[in-house]
Write a protein that binds this ligand. Structure first.
Ligand code: ADP
Length: 694
């Protein structure tokens, strides 16, 4: 009999083993017989071995055939080595077909250094394993979904990169370049080329090509045009909007198809870009077919947009060409042209003539809002200028409201203070739907015309006076000669006849000058030069003029003159005499009676002493010429501001004089001081100089 507490303890042990969540079994090492197994362990067995039938049975008999060898080998290993073995999530199939998972351990129990028993513990982890498997399955699914989403996101990002890039570009070649750059950054193809359809039917022309820098040869192999008659890709693109993938095969000859000479190229993707019609052809050399699939996935979606972008870029380019053509024409016009935007009132275009006329630099003018431009701001300007600006503003506003205005005379004051008179017309520019988008102003510089008009008026006023005075004198003396008695006849008639002669001479010269000027205008004034020595005839002509003028004192100088000196040159003598006569008669006209007039000549010699030029001067002690007038006195009809008070004249003598001097390759200028006098210098070349026709 066992003591009572031992029995109780034994019962407890039994109970604990029975209800433990872990299956426990003890096998005899030598025979592999099952000595003991608690119910959770026994639940592993087939139903025939449950309910204690398995106790005493050999391990081999308890196991299904499929795992017998494997499990027995494990037991043997533990028994022989004395080292415990364990396994996680071992899978068993229940006879009913269910799958269960176990964590088990085989622990050797030794007695006197020998493994006598093997203790097996098993824990069922089926729920955990299944839960784990489910988690993994869900995770895999999630990973796949994530991958698909990521691919779609990349595809969208690529699309965005490509399409965004295109949005800002309107010029076909730049558009093509931008597209290829976007493709390169998204897909890194080996070579990418974009061809655009041309106006010539069936032809494509290369717009852009991109390749890594080490492939210049490959890109140079691409032809600049693809004709549908010669290139199958081009023909296909024109006929179908379907992409084409060509794979490299052994039989292909790189000499015939440049793409195959691009290293690493396995296939070529050719994507026709179709909108309403075929607009272009995209060709890509790729490393793998997967790359081609990937590219197609993105590009197929955006091909119609690319085609649209290409079409509108072509349209844009055509418009830009047309605009350029128009601007080139406008740029050449002598009239100023301004375009003012209706929406912003900015100057959208100005041609160089407009900038020049308005006195602004072209970049200053274009883009300037009109209300900020000095051009249209009347404030702080003289009244007359303000009125002009207001008229200009109204013309512009009228044009923007749809009214035309023609031939308005306006005076514009430039930033440098100078003034120009313009004849301006303004008109609205309407878009096809009738809205006014711009106003055009065209203006023509009529300052010179105005100036001429003023000169003409002044000329007629002076001419009236100039012709009337001598005629009155002549008719007075004629009357006198008719009524005089015979005794007085000789003295009076001599004086009268002399006066008539003088005035007739004056009138004759005046008419001659006028005739010459009109001939000059029509380029018909002939100068007939001859090689001659001017000295004697010129001296004679000067002396004669000096002798016939009694109102002034004269000095005639030949400065540094040697008796052998001559004035040998190619001269039209009467014209040179006319020059000297004009200068002497001006000196007489513009200096007080009794004052001295000096007429002189000197030679300019080269270092060998040979005369090269003659300098001729006429110096008076007269009214002088104001500094502001000096640069203009050789202009036609120009008279200095102080001249009207002292003498009448037409303002053509000096103009004619300078033309004649220049016809002899000579120069003329004046040195002057108001109130002190003026010296006119004429330099004429000696020798057989050529004479220009005037
Ligand atoms: P005009 O018939 O007025 O004399 P010119 O062409 O001979 O025409 O001269 C042009 C202007 O030059 C004159 O109106 C005058 O103002 C100025 N001028 C010419 N010669 C002299 C001079 N010797 N002294 C002062 N002014 C002169």
């Amino acid at each position: 009999m066992q003591p009572a507490n031992e029995t109780v303890l034994g019962n407890y042990e039994h109970l604990m083993l029975e209800h433990a969540p872990v299956g426990i079994a003890l096998f005899e090492a030598q025979t592999l017989r099952l000595l003991s197994a608690n119910p959770p362990y026994q639940s592993l067995f087939e139903p025939t071995w449950q309910l204690g039938q398995a106790i005493g049975q050999c391990l081999r008999d308890l196991l299904p055939k499929t795992v017998q060898a494997e499990v027995v080998a494990l037991f043997d290993h533990v028994i022989q080595t004395g080292v415990a073995s364990e396994s996680q999530a071992y899978r068993t199939f229940s006879p009913t077909g269910g799958v269960r998972y176990w964590n088990w351990t085989l622990s050797p129990l030794e007695e006197e250094g020998q493994v006598r028993f093997v203790l097996v513990t098993i824990t069922e982890v089926t729920t955990t394993v299944l839960a784990h498997q489910e988690t993994e399955r869900v995770q895999t699914m999630l990973r796949q979904t994530h991958h698909a989403v990521e691919r779609e996101r990349r595809h969208l990002a690529d699309l965005e990169t490509i399409l965004l890039g295109l949005k800002q570009v309107a010029e076909p070649k730049r558009l093509a370049q931008t597209l290829l750059e976007a493709l390169e950054s998204c897909f890194s193809p080996l070579v990418a080329a974009l061809y655009g359809i041309t106006d010539e039917p069936g032809n494509f022309s290369l717009l852009a090509v991109r390749a890594p820098i080490n492939l210049p040869v490959a890109t140079s192999l691409l032809s600049a045009t693809l004709s549908s008659q010669q290139h199958p890709d081009a023909l296909h693109a024109l006929q179908h909007p379907i992409p084409l993938i060509r794979r490299k095969s052994e039989s292909q000859n790189p000499a015939q198809e440049p793409w195959w000479s691009v290293p690493e190229t396995r296939c070529v993707l050719s994507l026709p870009l179709w909108g309403k019609r075929c607009e272009g052809l995209l060709l890509l050399a790729l490393r793998t077919e997967e790359e081609a699939d990937e590219l197609l996935h993105t590009l197929r979606d955006c091909a119609p947009r690319l085609a649209e972008a290409l079409a509108s870029a072509h349209l844009h380019a055509a418009l830009a060409d047309e605009k350029h053509r128009l601007h080139t024409i406008l740029d050449q016009l002598p009239e100023g042209v301004l375009l003012v935007e209706a929406r912003t009132s900015r100057i959208s275009y100005a041609n160089p003539a407009a900038a020049h006329l308005l006195g602004f630099a072209l970049p200053q003018l274009v883009g300037t809002p009109l209300n900020q431009s000095a051009l249209l701001s009347p404030y702080g300007r003289p009244k007359q200028v303000q009125q002009s600006i207001f008229r200009w503003n109204f013309a512009l506003i009228d044009a923007l409201w749809g009214k035309h205005s023609t031939s308005q005379e306006l005076s514009i004051s430039r930033p440098d203070g100078s003034e120009v008179v313009v004849l301006s017309s303004a008109a609205p520019i309407r878009q096809y739907h009738g809205l006014i988008s711009e106003a055009a102003i065209v203006f023509q510089d009529i300052t010179a015309l105005k100036h001429l008009e003023q000169q003409k008026d002044a000329f007629f006023a002076v001419a009236n006076h100039e012709l009337r005075t001598p005629l009155t004198i002549i008719s007075g003396f004629v009357d006198l000669l008719q009524i005089q008695d015979t005794q007085q006849a000789t003295v009076l008639s001599a004086h009268a006849l002399e006066s008539i002669q003088q005035e007739c001479g004056h009138l004759l010269r005046l008419f001659q000058d006028l005739l010459d000027v009109s001939r000059l205008d029509q380029a018909r004034l002939a100068v007939q030069p001859q090689v001659q020595d001017l000295l004697a005839p010129l001296k004679q002509s000067i002396t004669k003029q000096i002798q016939t003028t009694r109102t002034h004192q004269f000095r005639f100088l030949l400065e540094d003159w040697q008796s052998s000196d001559q004035l040998l040159g190619c001269f039209d003598l009467p014209r040179i005499e006319q020059v000297v006569r004009n200068l002497i008669s001006n000196a007489v006209k513009y200096s007080p009676t009794g004052s001295t007039i000096e007429v002189g000549m000197r030679l300019r010699r080269d270092p060998e002493g040979i005369a090269q030029e003659v300098v001729l001067w006429v110096k008076d002690q007269g009214i002088g010429i104001p500094t502001g007038d000096l640069p203009h006195i050789f202009e036609r009809f120009y008279r200095a501001s102080n001249s009207h008070r002292s003498a009448s004249g037409f303002g053509i003598g000096l103009y004619l004089t300078r033309q004649l001097v220049q016809a002899h390759e000579g120069r003329i200028w004046a040195e002057t001081m108001v109130g002190k006098g003026t010296t006119f210098f004429v330099v004429l070349p000696l020798g057989e100089s050529t004479i220009k026709p005037v």
